[in-house]
Design a binder for this molecule. Structure first.
Ligand SMILES: [Zn+2]
Length: 59
């Protein structure tokens, strides 16, 4: 199972295990979904995705 899901339409990456209803993941169109290899936040950032403020907490 994937850990991170990027939304290509707004450039935000979500953590699927921590997602909240504010993430609106279910509104992401299939063609806008982006998975990462390797499946890490670092890789998502390398692809210029921004961490979601609801489901990814960074210090
Ligand atoms: Zn999120």
């Amino acid at each position: 199972m994937a850990g991170y899901l990027g939304n290509k339409s707004d450039g935000i990456v979500h953590h699927l295990a921590e997602m909240t209803k504010e993430c609106l993941i279910y509104h992401i169109k299939k063609e806008n979904k982006m998975y990462f290899t390797p499946d890490t936040l670092t890789q998502a950032k390398n692809k210029e995705f921004v961490p979601c403020k609801y489901c990814i907490s960074e210090t």
